[in-house]
Design a protein around this ligand. Structure first.
Ligand SMILES: *Cc1c(COP(=O)(O)O)cnc(C)c1O
Ligand code: SF4
Length: 347
């Protein structure tokens, strides 16, 4: 058995497994886990330094997940935007294909926590066939994003079969993989996996680091293998209260990512997903972070801060206001806050 499969078998899937290690009574969390599953790989568990820290908050169930709330189980209306099971088709030229229902670690802030890791999210061969058929007969789709769950929890041969079938569709120009395993199960990124992936270019991978403590030597090695296999790497961070909601933490994160050849892509404001309210920050927090990055840090490292609009209306980019006024002379605010005039005309 490979080391990544061993990690999955040895994962902690019940609060009692934490009680031994941290000497705290966790039984009140059983009700949370009945509703939203738990899984923490031994590797990710070892990143916890103490209860309540940035790693703990991301993976250990919290009774606030069950608080009554106004949020929606499916805030992005993914079910309505799903023409066949396993597909979400919101933008004309690209689709999400939910290729796996499982993740190495179940993130407590997951926007799909309504179903990720639950029996209802099993991926059957029949549904996968229907999803591929839909892509094949929908010619405007040129970009397929494998998501889930985590598509890299599929076995190599199953994943390869899927890539091969998508590659056989002439109008599919690029394929993207969205995966958190470089963060939660870096052992999954084997040389064999990378040797297989490189046969299906152009292939992109977006991963999901949220905190600088996740940038370990093992994660570094996983990203090195992927980048050496020619996959352009991006990162989607979720802005999480008590985890990464300060400019100092975010600066360390994005600088570290660039060293791993991972380009910060999106900074997501928390979706309005039921059971995640305790992670939500104010929008100002995200704007302040982006403003604090812009200037001191290379533009290469500054992600787009976005809110995915409720009801499936798409991602909205949010920017600190640099353009104050238009006209023959535009008024601009520099990153340090100084106002300057800039001529706005054609020569
Ligand atoms: C975010 C998202 C995409 C991909 O958007 P990009 O801006 O191209 O990365 C595609 N489909 C859905 C439903 C999405 O939420
Ligand atoms: S890895 Fe992604 S899909 Fe899986 S629980 Fe975390 S955020 Fe959700």
């Amino acid at each position: 058995m490979s080391s990544w499969q061993r990690q999955l078998i040895d994962s902690v899937t019940a609060p009692a497994g934490l009680a031994e290690r941290f000497g705290t009574d966790m039984s009140e969390l059983d009700a949370v886990v009945q509703r939203y599953p738990m899984r923490i790989t031994p590797y990710y568990l070892d990143l916890i330094e103490k209860p309540g820290d940035a790693i703990w908050r991301q993976c250990v169930p919290d009774r606030r997940e069950l608080l009554p709330c106004q949020e929606d189980a499916d805030p992005l209306a993914e079910e309505r935007l799903s023409p066949v099971p396993l597909l979400v088709h919101r933008y004309p030229d690209r689709v999400l294909l939910l290729a796996s229902g499982q993740c190495a670690v179940y993130c407590r802030f997951c926007t799909r926590k309504r179903k990720v890791g639950c029996a209802a999210m099993g991926v059957s061969d029949r549904h996968l066939d229907e999803a591929i058929d839909y892509v094949a007969r929908t010619e405007q789709v040129r970009d397929v994003i494998l998501s889930g769950g985590d598509p890299l929890l599929l076995e190599d041969d199953r994943l390869e079969h899927l890539l091969m079938r998508l590659r056989a569709i002439p109008h599919v120009e690029i394929i993207r993989i969205g995966s958190r395993v470089p963060v939660t199960l870096p052992q999954r990124i084997t040389e064999e996996l990378c040797a297989m992936l490189r046969r299906y270019h152009p292939l992109y991978l977006n991963t999901h680091f949220n905190h600088p403590r996740e940038l370990t030597p093992q994660a570094f090695e996983a990203c090195r293998r992927l980048a050496d296999a020619g996959l352009p790497l991006g990162n989607q961070t979720v802005l999480l209260r008590g985890v990464n909601d300060t400019p100092a933490v975010m600066r360390q994160l994005v600088k570290g990512l660039l060293k791993m050849r991972v380009r910060p892509y999106y900074l997501h404001h928390m979706d309005l997903a039921a059971g995640t309210g305790h992670f939500r920050t104010r929008i100002e927090t995200g704007l302040d972070i982006v403003a604090a990055l812009r200037g001191p840090i290379s533009g290469l490292a500054v992600p787009h801060y976005v809110i995915d609009s409720p009801g499936g209306k798409g991602k909205i980019p949010l920017l600190p206001e640099y353009l104050v006024k238009l006209g023959d002379t535009a008024l601009l605010r520099t990153p340090s806050g100084e106002m300057i005039e800039f001529p706005n005309g054609e020569m």
